[in-house]
Design a protein around this ligand. Structure first.
Ligand code: HEC
Length: 140
């Protein structure tokens, strides 16, 4: 049987992804970070840009373990994300996934305000955990 050239690259990616956690995470990043970089950059405190992107959203460097609305240089946080930050919550894999899946619902749950709405109009229905791992690895 002749090898099908159209499926060959896909088969190769699968092999890479199964080769180790890091290869899998890197691949997930490539497809998902595209949904974020329009608005987000990942920039280390020394100014090194680890993932280039836009500036209409906060810097996502060190987001794992960071307080909500914790980018002191970002001046456009919504009142509702700031209100959620008043709970003292910090970003972890679970609340990150909840936020990415439905930002408005997340803020309503955390603040108890049924009218809370996010300044980020993006919903990531799958792959949020991989993006979180990617951001955490990038910031280490
Ligand atoms: C259209 C622009 C836009 C896109 C695309 C976008 N974001 Fe955002 N993001 C924002 C804005 C604006 C905020 C601030 C929201 C607020 O204040 O309510 C934000 C906030 C966040 C926060 C909270 C940060 C903090 O400091 O508490 C996280 C985490 C986040 N975004 C992750 C992502 C990820 C992951 C993606 C890609 C799947 C993404 N965003 C795509 C604009 C965007």
């Amino acid at each position: 049987m002749k090898p099908d050239l159209r499926t060959a690259p896909g088969a190769m990616i699968l092999t890479l992804a199964m080769g180790g956690m890091s290869a899998g995470a890197a691949l997930a990043e490539d497809s998902r970070w595209r949904d974020c970089r329009t608005c987000h950059t990942v920039e280390a405190p020394d100014g090194t840009v680890l993932a280039r992107g836009g500036r209409s959203g906060p810097n996502l460097y060190g987001i794992a373990g960071a307080p909500l609305a914790g980018d002191g240089d970002f001046g456009f946080y919504s009142d509702d994300l700031r209100a959620a930050a008043q709970t003292g919550a910090r970003w972890n894999a679970d609340n990150f996934v909840a936020y990415m899946t439905d930002p408005d619902a997340f803020l309503r749950n955390v603040t108890g305000n049924p009218d809370a709405s996010s300044g980020m109009h993006v919903e990531l229905r799958s792959g949020a955990r991989e993006v979180f791992d990617y951001l955490r690895n990038l910031s280490e």
